[in-house]
Design a protein around this ligand. Sequence first.
Ligand SMILES: [Zn+2]
Length: 114
Amino acid sequence: MTQTKTTDYEITEDYEITDYGIDNADYFQGHGTSFTRYNHAVLGCGDTYAEALDDALDSAAQMGFDIELETADLPEQPANNVESAWEYHCQHCEEAEHDQCESNIYYYVGLRWN
Ligand SMILES: [Zn+2]
């Protein structure tokens, strides 16, 4: 994929984060703008809150938006959830070794903005 034009990011501070926590990709309902006041929505996934939020911010950037997070919402804030989807897998999986496991468990963070 080639991108020839320089992207002008639209900067916004009007956003909402939904911390879905750890869920199974097979059952996850998805994340949209229905019944909200927001025009855009993306869903990020990763091993932790920080990874999932980074993923969501990446997707927003690809759509041309630069979302200015408040300090408390930044992924690296210690107050934010540090649960790991992989650790969750290891606690609930019946296998003794997890080398061969394919986990469908991810941490999900939804992002909506205008
Ligand atoms: Zn396992």
